[in-house]
Ligand binder design. Structure first.
Ligand code: GLU
Length: 292
């Protein structure tokens, strides 16, 4: 098995909350349990959503908890030329194409087909521009997905599959506002960093099939995946920055870590942070077998 390289890849749209700390701790524990390296990537491609200072706060919160990356963090905002190169390669291979459709156009095309498909607020793209723009102005760039189901095994959730063409459609790689899409950036960077194991929140599991199709089109390896349980607030909603989750208070790191560990089914620890982390590494190793 390739030497383990894991990562935590927060978007700096605000400080870590109880939910994102779960993904951070789980990815760190998995890396340590497998004698691997643990990297941090700041996913600041969606610049309008980024909050100045949030990345520094996140790194400070991680350090408070004893979660220190083995290399300086990678910032996606510094990697645009790599995303462009990947897009160029996909275009050359016939796997990406320019798209002239606005959301309204897509709604119109779906209505004409008698379909009103939407997935997490995203319309299922019906492929209007697959065969050329017919004189319309390009706006975004899309990935030409392969038909059929993509199957993969999640280390916690078990067998998963998705028909990307029917459930998502050709998805955006470069947005109409010129920003790089999460799907492309994450696949290019997981490959560049040699990530062997992705450990992240279950809300992101739905992206995996898309990312596997992109990896195959770019000829890069598919990592193993483990999606961690989500944390729900008192109102029963998933904790997220969008619904006002509060900053994880890491000035008392053991308290923050004990709450986080509980969400992962790990027992509370007392004493020093380092010994608590060591105890959880041993328990993690016993719970999550890495071989798929
Ligand atoms: N940046 C993404 C987020 O904070 C996570 C990406 C990933 O782990 O693949 O939701």
């Amino acid at each position: 098995m390739a030497p383990y390289v894991g990562r935590f890849a927060p978007s700096p749209t605000g400080p870590l909350h109880a939910g994102s700390l779960v993904a951070a701790l789980a990815s760190w524990l998995d890396a340590r349990a497998n004698g691997g390296r643990w990297l941090v990537r700041i996913e600041d491609v969606d610049t309008p959503r980024c909050v100045p200072g949030a990345a520094e706060t996140i790194l400070r919160q991680l350090a408070d908890c004893g979660l220190v990356p083995d290399e300086p963090p990678l910032w996606q905002s510094a990697r645009r030329e790599h995303y462009q190169r990947a897009l160029d390669a996909l275009v050359a291979a016939g796997r990406a194409y320019p798209c002239a459709c606005s959301r309204k156009d897509i709604e119109g095309a779906l209505a004409a087909l008698g379909r009103t498909q939407e997935r997490h607020g995203e319309l299922v793209y019906p492929g209007t521009c697959r065969n050329g723009l017919h004189g319309r102005e390009p706006r975004s760039w899309r990935f030409r997905v392969e038909p059929g189901r993509v199957a993969w095994t999640d280390r916690r959730l078990g067998a998963q599959s998705q028909d990307v063409e029917r459930e998502v459609g050709d998805f955006v790689l470069k947005r109409a506002d010129g920003l790089w899409a999460y799907q492309l950036a994450v696949v290019v960077d997981d490959a560049a960093q040699g990530i062997t194991d992705v450990v992240r929140g279950e809300d992101l599991a739905d992206n995996t099939a898309r990312q596997i199709q992109l990896q195959q089109a770019l000829g890069t390896a598919t990592p193993r995946y483990l999606h961690t349980p989500l944390v729900f607030g008192a109102n029963g909603e998933k904790l997220s920055k969008q619904n006002g989750a509060v900053e994880a208070e890491t000035r008392d790191p053991l308290r923050a870590l004990n709450a986080t560990a509980a969400a992962l089914g790990l027992p509370a620890q007392e004493g020093a942070v380092a010994s608590a982390l060591a105890a959880w590494v041993a328990q993690w190793r016993a719970t999550y077998n890495r071989s798929p």
